[in-house]
Design a protein around this ligand. Structure first.
Ligand code: PEP
Ligand code: MN
Length: 339
């Protein structure tokens, strides 16, 4: 349930409600909006005397949260969350649409720095690149590990771009937190609940990718795990789902962008690279994603896609990225956003 405070409620009055909620054995999550404060109450509500909370000073009402996910829900927070990433503190979820681009994997220093320069020049806000790679085959390139993280940190130093990189397991979390600006949770790990709780205990923004067979409710409940563990900085990423279709690597359901925006205050990012598997489909689907209401894009971009260590087929060149940006700007403008 949510306790909605009246406009103008003081910090003490909110604290009083929090104490009451805790007395009932519930966990609280306070959201300070521009207009009013709400206290989301999580846990078993059977023993709660709703009337007693309703009578507390400056409480407007107490309402149930109908969605299975609670604090991720629009019912609890009506304003979109803005999550600042990287040294430039670019807000994902604000008026501006951001683009994050970079290779699937960090392969070496030169490749990463050259890509980072191109990504920066194209006008992107973040550099993606996996140092730890979750590969389908154990024989495929598994990433450079900590050395890759150090290369990414160097790229940030040179460009000021926010570094987005994946954390594939609990063992690597400490190292990734040390170097990354945004912790990516991959599709394969969307339901790795101990990992979700662990990133929820960090203070870094998390880019949570949708599992390839996850429903939107399961996706949002995965986000809820992170927020419930203490970290509200969750960015959702639609990266396509498995279907019977063979023309694409994954089917990119852009209706989910609009549906998520209708259900949650969390920013929504689209990955048209994994979402299609084909470089030539990345541009059109990027434009469509922005039109559908995406807050940002995460695109695979490689200086030499033909020789990429992973996902070359879906990686666009720096030139294609540069050519795409003005088109994206025009679409953003058409849907009352900026870039
Ligand atoms: C990636 O971003 O390179 C990646 C492995 O993505 P996903 O988890 O969506 O498959
Ligand atoms: Mn990839």
């Amino acid at each position: 349930m949510i306790v909605v405070m009246k406009p103008g409620a003081t910090k003490e009055q909110v604290a009083h409600v929090v104490d009451l909620v805790k007395d009932y054995g519930l966990k609280e999550h306070v959201i300070y909006g521009t207009d009013r404060t709400v206290v989301a109450c999580l846990g078993d509500k059977r023993m709660v005397d709703k009337g007693a909370i309703e009578n507390a000073p400056m409480v407007e009402n107490v309402v149930p949260i109908l969605a299975p996910y609670k604090i991720a829900s629009l019912e609890v927070k009506k304003e979109k969350s803005r999550i600042e990433i990287g040294p430039g503190k670019f807000p994902i979820g604000g008026q501006k649409v951001g683009v994050i681009a970079g290779p699937c994997a960090v392969e070496n220093l030169d490749q990463t720095l050259d890509t980072a320069q191109a990504v920066k020049e194209a006008g992107c806000v973040g550099l993606r690149g996996g140092a730890f790679k979750p590969r389908t085959s154990p024989y495929s390139f598994q990433g450079l590990g900590v050395e890759g993280l150090k290369i990414l940190a160097k790229a940030r130093e040179e460009t000021g771009l926010a570094i987005v990189t994946e954390v594939i397991g609990l063992e690597q979390l400490g190292a990734v937190v040390e170097y990354a600006d945004v912790l990516q949770i991959g599709a394969r790990n969307m339901q790795h609940y101990p990992l979700l709780e662990a990133v929820g205990k960090t203070n870094k923004p998390v880019l949570l990718k949708r599992g390839m067979s996850a429903s939107l409710d399961e996706f949002l409940l995965a986000a809820e795990y992170i927020i419930n563990a203490g970290n509200s900085q969750v960015i959702l990423c639609e990266r396509g789902i498995r279907t019977f279709e063979k023309y694409v690597r994954n089917t990119l359901p852009l209706a989910s962008v609009a549906a998520l925006n209708d259900r949650t205050h969390l920013p929504v990012v689209v990955d048209p690279s994994h979402g299609t598997g084909h470089a030539k489909l990345v541009g059109p689907m990027s434009l469509a994603a922005v039109a559908a209401g995406a807050d940002a894009l995460i695109i695979e971009c490689h200086i030499d896609p033909e020789h990429a260590a992973s996902d070359g087929a879906q990686s666009i060149t720096p030139k294609a990225l540069k050519d795409l940006m003005p088109k994206l700007k025009r679409i953003a403008k058409a849907v009352d956003r900026d870039m």
